[in-house]
Write a protein that binds this ligand. Sequence first.
Ligand code: ADP
Length: 343
Amino acid sequence: MAQRVAVSDGSHKKTTRVRVAVRLRPYMGKQDEKDEGPCVRGLDSQNLEIVNWRNATESVKYHFDAFHGEQTTQQEVFVSSVKPTLPHILNGQNASVFAYGPTGAGKTHTMLGSPEQPGVIPRAVRAIFNLVKAKKEDEGWDYSIGMSYLEIYNEKVLDLLSPSSQDLPIREDKDKNILIPGLTHTTITSFSDFDKHFVPASLNRTTASTKLNQRSSRSHAILLIKETRAFRLKESGAINLSLFTLSKVVDSLNSGTAVRVPYRDSKLTRLLQDSLGGSAHSVMITNIAPEYKYYFDTFSALNFAAKSKLIVNKPFTRETVAVPVLPEPSVMDRLEALEKLMM
Ligand code: ADP
């Protein structure tokens, strides 16, 4: 996945590449009913391995642009995977950071974090204010920064800054920028101003999902930060999206073989269309969890995120733990089907 490729969308040539990082959260004993120990672990800053479901004495290895292990701090994830994209937005290019992975694997922690350990969204917004302030001082820019915040829920586009609003349409302008007419755009003057709008709006989202008693995996939140003079940043917070559609898009962009990038197959990929491709700089952070109960989800997420995998005859060492009982037949069938799909 390390090549840089040209992708045509039918109208004009585009050059793009989506950077793929994987973050493994720490093993949490209480998450693991049988306390079987981790089924996945990091090897170095780009490689990890997961127990092979066919044969627990083997492992499957994966290579990514970056691997962030259990010990990686919020600051390290930001510096290595997000900060490098920020200067591009001052040149009028789009940037996009999105997280996916199973519920409980660390998307919210990575994107939003907590007051003590802020995630990449608050860090990026702070950094943007600093970058623009420096530009203003150096080059005498006048600038304004605005934000929009939306949720895709059951293929409906909902405005989180105006919770009573209805499903909004997605449009494209002549320059292929994706627009949502009617979406609230609020000017923000400082980081604390951002926080003042963002925190209650995030609660709108959680409450809405709980009321409808649906699983959070149906909900995708997208935060847009726009600098009206020269840059635009899109960030999707806490996304647990349709792995399939997004993976098809990322795969088309990264393989260089696709004639058509299937952006239109979901609202999420449609919305991310101008952030994934063209002059955009995109980072996909795949969040994974080490406990066996996540095995299927982790394996699926890794396979969708990477093509470069290798089965080796190397034992996956578990110091004190017996060979675990891996998934029942029905899950095995799903894994087999998935594996065929990925080949
Ligand atoms: P998701 O949003 O993917 O459902 P969360 O971000 O809510 O998952 O993470 C689940 C739990 O794991 C939370 O309690 C969170 O604080 C914790 N967690 C996730 N990632 C980390 C990490 N890298 N370090 C420490 N705790 C983490």
